[in-house]
Design a protein around this ligand. Sequence first.
Ligand SMILES: Cc1cc2nc3c(=O)[nH]c(=O)nc-3n(C[C@H](O)[C@H](O)[C@H](O)COP(=O)(O)OP(=O)(O)OC[C@H]3O[C@@H](n4cnc5c(N)ncnc54)[C@H](O)[C@@H]3O)c2cc1C
Length: 418
Amino acid sequence: MDLTYPAVTDTFRAKINTFLDDNLPDGWAGIGAVPAAERYDFQMDWRRTLKANSLLAANWPAEYGGGGLTHLEMVVMYEEFAKRGVPTSGPNDGFSISMVGNTILHWGSDEQKAHYIPRILDGTDIWCQGYSEPDSGSDLANLGCKAVLDGDEWVVNGQKIWTSSGHTANMIFVLARTDQDVTKHAGISFLLMSMEQPGVEIRPITNIVRQDHFNEVFFTDARCPKDNVLGGVNNGWAVGNTLLGFERGVGATVQSLGFRAELDQFIELARDNGKLDDPMVRQDIAYFHTCVEIMRYRGMQALTRFLKGQAPGPESSIGKLFWSEYHLKITEAAMNVAGMKATIGFGDEDARGLGPPAIGTENTVPNWMASFMIARPGTIYAGTSQVQRNIVGERVLGLPKEPRADSGTWKESQANYS
Ligand SMILES: Cc1cc2nc3c(=O)[nH]c(=O)nc-3n(C[C@H](O)[C@H](O)[C@H](O)COP(=O)(O)OP(=O)(O)OC[C@H]3O[C@@H](n4cnc5c(N)ncnc54)[C@H](O)[C@@H]3O)c2cc1C
């Protein structure tokens, strides 16, 4: 693990700060301070500014329209952006750039890279994730959404659920069953599909803080070209896991900065509510400080791997487990500090993600209340805490695998369920 940056990064750091000084609006206080109604449009405009300055998908190869930065430069950029609460991408780019874009760069054919990567960068394609189904969430490999070849096209039938931002996307990456007569992991393919076709129906699900965040997606004879398989037919489990590594590992290098800012807000909240001398609250603060420092050091570890060009592996589950469980604790402690005031309703829920709030978010009890609610699904999405523990136990620590209830082919296992 490296704890210092080479001196050469100082020049680049200064360059990034000049860019921010020149391009951020006057009085910039962080994306959380942009009024909620204007935030989406601001982020779309900002995305265009990043693209025009070769800072969108900053480490992607320039030949595909990426920024062409080295890994080290990209981390420096992320750090400086995070310190000022500036987004490094647009609203849906977690799916488009971080997940499917990186996975296409890793697994895609030259034709797929040449077709999809520029379309992601110029905003033509906005992606969402079609993994979970009503009967396969944690046990993702059990998925039953089927794709069958019909001439030059796959015909897809089945249902996905919890599809975040599915209503704003025009493309979906789908894990589909393409062979029922092999074991469940062996018969899955990773398909790149258009959402804009008659066979795709999207039904919204409103979450507990009133956000229309995710959806059900139904496929009825939906189609995609035969060549829209990423990483080869029936190799979807490996491809899908590469993507999950990006999903779980993303942002680890700068994540602690957001949690540090949130902890500072917690301390202010305790002060404002006359609880700063409460020994239990002080004990909480000491514990939270320790956790944020652990995240900082884990960020350094992730950075070291990243700089060596290593894709995130199963160890990214440690970070996902740690921050999401930590976030439950600090938001619950905030509710205790706020006392009865914590019953007055939600604030700016859109500024509070599953992780720490956007920098600049007002430090109010209703905002903490929204954070308290939104922290819960942080321990569920991208693999629940229990599943992360299994991954850490089995794939990082090498402990014996837990017993599997199913065996044989996927089709046989379905007969056992019914
Ligand atoms: C905010 C949010 C956004 C999401 N966005 C998307 C998205 O965009 N696309 C998408 O495809 N999915 C998405 N999901 C779905 C998410 O991936 C699933 O909810 C998750 O994988 C868990 O699956 P499940 O809900 O079916 O729960 P289940 O798998 O039914 O689990 C129920 C409970 O059983 C426990 N459990 C299950 N198996 C084990 C085991 N082997 N050992 C111990 N305990 C176990 C779980 O930990 C959990 O507590 C999202 C979820 C959330 C909360």
